[in-house]
Design a protein around this ligand. Structure first.
Ligand code: 5CA
Length: 440
């Protein structure tokens, strides 16, 4: 992409209404613009990151055996009356009326809708187990939308729902998602710590939040120091199809190392003593096992192997896809701007032509841009006629993993400069070696 033809409104000024680093940087780097309180337009650069995160989430859901579908954002109030949540949900639900005066709502979550959809199709134990998911916009009329996309009113969520015949099956489905979550966040360069959690309006009695550590986080967490190392590699070795092995792994992690919040379990602090650390954290995922809460209230039964009718055991599993964009920036930024991990970066390389007004430089940079494209390297090419200093500042702000700098002096010697954004390391190398390195 040529920057001269892109839409990336960056600003030098720090926005007055943003408190946390990620919100400031998302506005400054032109990733999003607020269009109403807690509602954001995703500008091209931000949309690319959102799509990358979504793709990782989707791949790991598919690997975990979940099946993708897409439910609408608008739901009917009657659906929510079946589960008795319509009145219980309160002012966070955005309620609407259509032209026929029918009560509708903008979905804050989809337990009711998926239960109704699956109920109408699944008749026997042979239709189970199933885990279904979608990646769809939600609306919650939060009292205090803040921190940009991290606590928005409209936000993108991956929500999955599992249906099993019995409790053991449901626990296995829960555990599969549990390790899928560790893998998902690890692929984004994040260590997400599972923390025992309250189930709130979703209901149920088993629940974990996945928390990444950040000083700007909304929750107070205590976590075992074992989580200071990246533990996701351990999840790689577990056979997700073996219920006993999986239960042993998840059970071990949660019993020995799971984080907790202060109000839930102060005793844990005393027990673990010096091994416990305290921090602030951002909740990037939340999983629930709630048994037959929805299948029973919504009249969903299947025929079991012995001929009896049973209510399927259910769980639901959320990931804050749009929240992750902010959370990732909280985890990866410095004074100059964002430093994206390669797996979610909007482009891999920022190609900077230092002298757009010099025909030799422009010719060489155009050629390099073309060859990077042929090699499949996602490149943002700063071909604008601007000062080098301003171009560097922009590249550092938007945080692409690599910067490739081409200027008249280097060109005379046949070299370009390659800079790694995260560390600031620079090296000079020939155009051929730079291409080989970035395409590799
Ligand atoms: N139905 C369940 C699981 S599918 C559910 O709704 N869970 S939740 O309420 O915990 O939300 C799932 C995830 O969505 C959270 O972990 C969080 O990462 C994200 N999320 C929740 N509220 C917001 C919000 N206001 N802004 C951005 N992300 C949010």
């Amino acid at each position: 992409m040529r920057l001269s033809r892109y839409f990336m409104p960056v600003t030098r000024e720090t926005p007055a209404d943003a408190q946390v680093a990620s919100h400031k940087l998302m506005l400054r780097a032109g990733l999003v613009r607020q269009t109403a309180a807690g509602i954001y337009a995703w500008l091209p650069l931000g949309l690319r990151v959102l799509k990358k995160i979504e793709a990782i989430v989707r791949e790991e859901q598919d690997k975990a055996g979940a099946v993708e579908l897409l439910m609408p954002t608008i739901q009917s109030a009657d659906l929510w009356r079946q589960s008795k949540r319509y009145d219980a949900y309160g002012p966070e639900m955005l309620r609407l009326k259509d032209r026929h005066d029918r009560e509708m709502l903008y979905g804050p979550t989809n337990e009711e809708m998926i239960t109704a959809l699956f109920r109408d199709a699944a008749k026997s134990y042979r239709d189970l187990p199933r885990t279904l998911y979608h990646i769809q916009w939600k609306f919650r009329d939060e009292v205090r939308p803040r921190f940009g996309v991290m606590r928005g009113r409209e936000f993108l969520m991956k929500d999955a729902y599992s249906f099993d015949l019995d409790e053991d099956g449901a626990r296995h489905s829960y555990n599969r998602m549990f390790i899928a979550y560790l893998r998902t966040f690890a692929r984004m360069g994040l260590t997400a710590i599972p923390m025992q959690a309250d189930t709130g309006p979703i209901g149920g009695d088993l629940s974990h939040e996945f928390i990444i550590l950040a000083s700007s986080g909304e929750s107070d967490v205590f976590y075992h120091k074992a989580w200071e190392a990246d533990r996701s590699a351990e999840a790689e070795g577990v056979d997700a199809d073996d219920p006993a092995a999986l239960q042993a792994f998840v059970g071990g992690l949660t019993a020995d190392y799971a984080a907790t919040d202060e109000k839930r379990d102060p005793a844990r602090e005393a027990a673990a003593g010096a091994d416990l650390r305290q921090s602030r954290g951002i909740e990037v995922g939340h999983i629930f096992y709630f048994g037959t809460k929805y299948s029973a209230s919504m009249g969903f039964t299947v025929q079991a192997g012995d001929g009896t009718q049973v209510h399927p055991e259910m769980g639901s599993y959320g990931i804050g896809v749009s929240r992750l964009v902010g959370a990732l920036i909280e985890a990866r930024h410095d004074e100059a701007g964002i430093a994206w991990p390669e797996s979610v970066a909007p482009f891999q390389v920022g190609l900077v032509n230092m002298r757009a007004d010099d025909p030799a430089c422009a010719g060489a940079a155009d050629d390099l841009y073309r060859r990077l494209g042929q090699a499949g390297v996602e490149t943002l090419y700063d071909d604008r006629d601007e000062r080098g200093g301003a171009k560097f500042a922009t590249m550092d702000l938007i945080g692409l993993p690599w910067q490739l700098i081409l200027g008249p002096k280097g060109l005379g010697r046949g070299v370009v400069e390659l800079k790694r954004r995260a560390t600031g390391e620079r090296e000079e190398l020939s155009i051929e070696s730079a291409l080989a390195r970035l395409a590799g």
